[in-house]
Design a protein. Structure first.
Length: 292
């Protein structure tokens, strides 16, 4: 099954929800960045959230960035997403390893530790909208739940999870965001809180073979859930040799000349997808002539 995302409403529009299945996206990120299990779990969760939050934006050219700066050994994460389910991201320390606090549960919280979550929405204005909150647990889902409540005043529940095979590959991944809309009744809020509390962890449900649709349909049983649309989700990086050349051309003449004088090819690696671009000395000379 390819990765995808759904969007819908329940209780006559009092609730909106997003759900995403992201196994391939999380596995692609794990392989591309050669991530440890903790780093893969953290990035997989943030990529899943990014896909769903990207779909909340209105215009095709809008861009969402989720950025975590933290004191823990993972050092930080960055994910960008657009409204069409295309996401990419990286971890600052891909090799982080920590002992588990609970059997079978990766210690993502301690890998992040203290820090700040920034949500940056670039909607084409002079300055992007930036919302920030202090990390509450480092588990990412809880931190985003807190962000929605404090920065956007939207009561929300965020569930994210990545489960691994014994060989370290991603077995399943996904999550959901459920939000109570303005004007919803107290009864709706109370009933939703009770249902969410009783729900099993999202990775458990996915591992049992349930689809994201089934999980959310079960959660909203009797609340007339309606799935409005469905779209693919994928790890997509828009880096290219041309863009890398433009970046090199922006360097000073002195810096370019220094690279040329060393007489060695240079290798530029994309942060987001780890793709490598190699430029021989001859090309560096051409770049300097072209843009000099």
């Amino acid at each position: 099954m390819s990765d995808y995302m759904i969007r819908g409403t329940a209780k006559d529009g009092e609730i909106r929800f997003f759900g995403a299945f992201t196994k391939d996206t999380a596995e692609y990120a794990r392989r591309a960045h050669e991530l440890s299990p903790i780093a893969a779990a953290a990035l997989g969760r943030l990529l899943t959230a990014g896909a769903m939050m990207g779909a909340m934006m209105k215009n095709d050219d809008d861009l969402l960035t989720l950025k975590i700066d933290c004191d823990g050994p993972i050092k930080g994460l960055v994910v960008t997403a657009d409204p069409k389910g295309r996401v990419k991201g990286y971890v600052r320390n891909p090799d982080v390893v920590l002992p588990s606090k609970k059997p079978g549960k990766l210690n993502v919280g301690d890998a992040l530790d203290l820090g700040v979550l920034s949500v940056i929405r670039d909607v084409g204005l002079k300055e992007p909208y930036v919302g920030q909150t202090i990390l509450q647990t480092g588990e990412i889902a809880e931190d985003l739940t807190y962000y929605f409540a404090t920065s956007e005043q939207t009561p929300s529940s965020v569930a994210l999870g990545v489960l691994f095979e014994k060989d370290g590959t991603v077995k399943t991944a996904g999550g959901f965001i459920v939000q109570v809309m303005p004007g919803a009744s107290d009864e709706t809020l109370t009933e939703l809180e009770e249902r969410l509390t009783a729900l099993k962890p999202v990775t458990t449900l996915l591992d049992e073979g349930k689809t994201i649709e089934a999980i959310l349909t079960e959660l909203f049983d009797g609340m007339e859930p309606e799935i409005l649309d469905r779209m693919p989700v994928a790890f997509v990086c828009n880096c290219s040799r041309e863009k890398t050349e433009e970046m090199l051309s922006a360097l000073s003449k002195a810096d370019l000349q220094e690279m040329i004088d060393e007489g060695k090819e240079i290798e530029v690696v994309c942060h987001f997808c780890s793709k490598k671009y190699v430029f021989p000395v001859e090309e560096l000379s051409e770049i300097m002539k072209k843009h000099g």
